[in-house]
Structures are given as C-alpha cells and as structure tokens.
Design a protein around this ligand. Structure first.
Ligand SMILES: *[C@@H]1O[C@H](CO)[C@@H](O)[C@H](O)[C@H]1NC(C)=O
Ligand SMILES: *[C@@H]1O[C@H](CO)[C@@H](O)[C@H](O)[C@H]1NC(C)=O
Length: 213
C-alpha cells in the first residue's frame, strides 16, 4: 500500500472506533420498548429498571408454516420477538423447505446473511450483474449471501431441508421478487412493458401472489 492509503486506512479505523465507543458508552444495551414506534435507528430503550433476562431470549424457534406455493416455512427472530436485539445489528431465522420446494428469489436490502444447513440438501445461490454463484450445501455447510444481493435457495435433497440463518440487521426486511412484481396493483401493461413478460402470464402470477390490475 502507498503511504497515503495506509494513513487513510488508520484514520478510518480510528474514527470508526471512536464512533462505536461513543454509542456503546452511553448504554450497555437498549432493549426495545415495543410500545413506541420504531425509528430509523431502532426502537427507543425500555427503562433498565424493568428489563429482565426474558428480554434477551426467544424460545420456540420452530418450523414456519410451509403451506404455500414454495413449500417454505420461515420463522424470523428479530427485534419484534427478541427485544434485546434492538440496536445490535443482528437477527436470526429458521428456514424449512419441503421436498422440491424453494425460498424464492429475494433480497434483504440492508443485510448480509449467513446460512447454516442443519438437515437435508439445499442448493443456494446469489446473482450479480457480472457473477453467478451457486453451490449445493449439506448439513454442516455454511454459506454467505453478501448484503443486498438477489438470492435463492432450493431443496435439492430427498426430504425436508432445515437451515438456520443470521442477518446483519436487527429487523431484516425481505423483498420477494414475485411479490414485488405480482403482489400489488402495478398495472399488468406496466409490468409487461418493463419485464417483457407476457400479459397472460402476469395475470396468472398476479392471481397467485395476490395482485390485481
Ligand atoms: C420479525 O419477526 C416476526 C416474528 O417471527 C415476523 O412476523 C416479522 O415478519 C419479522 N419482521 C421482519 C422485518 O422480518
Ligand atoms: C417439483 O416442482 C415443480 C414445480 O416447481 C414441478 O413441476 C415438479 O413436478 C415437482 N417435482 C416433484 C417430483 O414433485
């Protein structure tokens, strides 16, 4: 590295450290007060006097409901059911995918995701404008989806596949491509014009994903 790059790098480390110290020195934690609305920086803190151990635990991470077109059950543990996560920038989920099912194409705009396969076989992948990464995973395999990228998971095994995931935000949203395109009132001609998909096919998919128009 050139000297100027080294200096800039060290400077960025120092300023990053001082910012994180500044935020963490005020409170050791900030358990979400879910009775107040969430703000861009999270929920306001519950008074420490009423915080208990239960604010830091969620019990009952089971299979989500798999009765849907994709045979996928998603159970998310985020700040809304584990208030101690507030402000920590992490969350978790359990993903169950039935035989021949999938987690459809989606993104988490603000979060990277780490996926730990626990049972069965999952073929996972992500897509960028210049690169396609796809890998078949077995129990014990750990895969990472970089922040914001379009990705998917398929059950390519013989039974139900189970995986656990962790995210680098407290409440990762999920933008499912099919629901974005076919789950609202965006007019069929607009969808057709901007995707080159056949209007008949769009109407069929709108019926599946709850859209109209
Ligand atoms: C947070 O978790 C709850 C409970 O599992 C879920 O209903 C909700 O959709 C999750 N929120 C996000 C943004 O994923
Ligand atoms: C798997 O699902 C696809 C549709 O996603 C369907 O066409 C195919 O028949 C299914 N295969 C089995 C073995 O169920």
């Amino acid at each position: 590295m050139k000297m100027i790059q080294i200096i800039l790098f060290i400077f960025s480390l120092i300023s990053y450290t001082s910012i994180s110290n500044a935020t963490s020195s005020i409170n050791d934690f900030c358990v979400a007060d879910l009775l107040n609305p969430s703000t861009p920086s999270g929920y306001p803190c519950k008074s420490e006097t009423i915080v208990t151990e239960n604010d830091f635990v969620f019990s009952g991470l089971v299979a989500g409901n798999m009765q849907n077109s994709f045979k996928v059950g998603l159970f998310s543990v985020n700040v809304t059911n584990l208030p101690g996560l507030n402000g920590l920038g992490i969350s978790a989920a359990r993903i169950d995918i039935g035989f021949n099912g999938s987690v459809p194409m989606h993104t988490h705009p603000g979060a990277s995701e780490i996926l730990i396969v626990f049972q069965g076989q999952i073929t996972a992948g992500f897509i960028t404008p210049t690169k396609l990464i796809v890998k078949t995973l077995n129990p014990g395999d750990v895969f990472v989806f970089p922040k914001g990228l379009l990705h998917f998971q398929l059950n390519t095994g013989v039974g139900t596949a189970i995986a656990y995931a962790a995210f680098t935000t407290t409440n990762p949203g999920i933008h499912l491509t099919d629901f974005l395109l076919f789950g609202n009132t965006l007019p069929t001609p607009t969808v057709s014009k901007t995707t080159l998909l056949d209007p008949q096919q769009i109407m069929k998919l709108k019926a599946v994903f709850g859209g109209s128009g």
